[in-house]
Design a binder for this molecule. Structure first.
Ligand SMILES: [Zn+2]
Length: 143
């Protein structure tokens, strides 16, 4: 895997393909929203570009990378949740869009999928990850 890392999203030039091999998503969408730190892989960016291409419309990222401390603050998965790998994200999606994202993700090899599809529309999301240290295949829901 080719790691992509920066202490702050502003350190990455998103128009330089060598440092940011991604068409549809910008470093500020990938960064830890609390610290600005970016951590992901070229492979996961390429996978997300392909998913976005298949989906055919904009994708809104609720959360991508989270540092261990940031993850612990917002998730009961604590300091080693999937988001800390940089190969996990939450996509704001509901109804038909959520179904299509899950369908495309499964077709393209994602084996860990979480769903929150209750409550207000803007609180619903699809979690996708490739955390190889966790059990798979897995589906789960959020309360
Ligand atoms: Zn998530």
């Amino acid at each position: 895997m080719t790691q992509i890392y920066a202490p702050n999203w502003e350190d990455i030039d998103p128009d330089d393909w060598a440092s940011w091999p991604c068409r549809y998503f910008r470093p500020y969408e990938v960064c830890d929203r609390r610290t600005g730190k970016v951590k992901t892989t070229a492979e996961f960016l390429a996978w997300m570009d392909a998913l976005r291409e298949d989906f055919g419309q904009p994708i809104y990222i609720n959360s991508w990378y989270r540092s261990p401390a940031s993850n612990k603050a917002v998730s009961d998965t604590g300091e080693d949740g999937a988001h800390t790998t940089g190969e996990a994200l939450d996509i704001r999606a509901s109804l038909t869009d959520a179904f299509r994202i899950v369908e495309i993700a499964m077709k393209s090899g994602c084996k860990r999928i979480g769903l929150k599809q209750h409550g207000s529309i803007d609180q619903r999301f699809v979690h996708l990850d490739f955390d190889r240290s966790k059990p798979l295949p897995r589906f789960w829901t959020y309360s």
